[in-house]
Structure formats: C-alpha cells, structure tokens
Design a protein around this ligand. Sequence first.
Ligand code: NAI
Length: 269
Amino acid sequence: MKGLQGKTALVTGASSGIGQAIAIRLAEDGCNVAINYRSSPDAAQETVEQAMDKACKDVEQCGVKSLLVQGDVSQEADVIAMVQKTIDYFGHLDILVNNAGVQTESPSHELEEGDFEWVLNVNLKGAYLCARETIKHLLAENRPGCIINISSVHEIIPRPQYLSYSISKGGMGNLTKTLALEYAAQGIRVNGIGPGATDTPINEAWTEDAEKREAVASHIPMGRAGTPAEMAAAVAFLACEEATYITGQTLYIDGGLTLYADFREAWSA
Ligand code: NAI
C-alpha cells in the first residue's frame, strides 16, 4: 500500500488472529510495528518473527523495526506506558489499531456483572484509552495520524447471548464517528472495520469442527468465513495514502453477512 513506509503502528492484541495478521501486513507494507500482547510473549514473538520475515524478504537492509509491548488495554496505567514505550522507541506514533477484544456467551438475564464489565472494559474502554493516548501524542507533535477500530458486524447486527459484546461493538461505532468528527480538522482520521465470521482463535468453538464450520458458512452469502489476512488488507488500505479522505466510517468485511441473507430468495411467490 502507498505511503506506509516509515510510519509507526501500534496494534493491540497482536499475538493472535486478526491482530497478528494486521501487524504482519503493516510491516510488509513498510511500517514499524509495536506489537501489544497481554499475557503471551511467546505468541507475540511469533508475530514479530513473521512480520520481520515479510518486511525484509526482498531488501538487503531492512528499514522496518518491531517492538513488543506488554499491556492490558483495559488498564489505564498499562495503556499510558505502552504508548509511551512505542513513542520512545520509534520516535513517533502514526497509526493505532484497536484490535484487542474478548467475548463471553450467556443468556442476557443470567449474564454476570463481572463478565459484562470485562468485555466492555477490554473492547470499549480499552479502545478509548488507547485512542486518547495516541491522540494526545499526535496533537502535541502536530502530526496527522489515523486510528482504526476493529469492530464487528455486531456493530449493527444484534447478537443474542452476547449482550456485552454487541454493546461494546455498537459503542465502538460511535467511538469511531465521534472521534472522527472531533479531530478531523487536526488531520486525525478515525475509521473501523467490521469483520464478519473470521477464522481465528476467538471462534475455536466452530473453526475446529467441520460440521459447525459448514453451518456457519451456510449463513454467509459468499459461503465461507473470512481470513485474518483479508481483514488486515482492509486495515492497510484505511491506513494508507489512498484513504486520506475517508474518516468516520466502518467498512464491513463480511462476505455479504450484513446484506440480510434471508432476503436472498423471495419469501412468497
Ligand atoms: P483472538 O482471540 O485471536 O484475538 C484477540 C486478541 O486480543 C488476543 O490476542 C488476546 O490476547 C487480546 N486481548 C484480549 N484481552 C486483552 C487485553 N485486556 N489487553 C490486550 N490484549 C488483549 O480473536 P480475533 O478474532 O483475532 O479478534 C480480534 C478482534 O476482531 C476482536 O476485537 C474481535 O472482537 C474482532 N472480531 C473478530 C471476529 C471473528 O470472527 N474472529 C468477527 C468480528 C470482530
């Protein structure tokens, strides 16, 4: 993608799944990458190795650098420290990808307060804290920058049994729009992507089982789950120079899941 060389990106929750693919893709496109993980340094190290492998495969002297940054995005002190560590190491931060996310399943009338808070704290409060610290830096340095929130099709599709997750992603849509409007004049673009069902560890309940995978695919107009690399490509686009007039949008990368698949056929003759 055009214009990513020499930029610095911080990707949260980058030790697996979509976050890992995003870090690798941004490095491949020439970005320095700060790879955040909460509790799996070995998995995060794998992201570093794959990212550097892609970034440096065709060049003699690789200009891309990477950094591991531990931190729980739901903890203010951790977020302040990890953003500062990124800036200290690379000199600046241009791109934040709010990817870290969790979910919990329960009938809503039985949902425990602690589970509700956990999901909201990681998915929504974490994204706000990381955005806040990044925006402070961009404003202080008078630099343009961009924030990309990894939302979900559940930003707009209700998801029974996943109340806290649905609320967090619905809220993320408004986080995207509000920050985009507030900082547009300062050259800070804020967008999101809304993945559909994607083949990652968060979905191990169906990705490892052929029958369940088939059942999931049957609901998707394009007939298959998405890959982390397909999500990462959209993030790279939103971060790059071709997207300089796009802000406040959530781009759904979902094989048609948000197209009301039940309307594929007429309901009555
Ligand atoms: P994943 O489980 O592989 O990735 C989530 C990452 O977030 C993990 O690396 C985890 O360690 C990290 N994380 C969790 N709590 C954290 C915390 N407090 N601080 C820092 N990191 C933390 O799953 P996946 O699918 O890659 O999820 C990435 C994002 O994509 C999430 O926000 C998820 O909601 C979103 N998404 C995923 C979809 C899917 O079908 N896989 C569909 C729509 C959205």
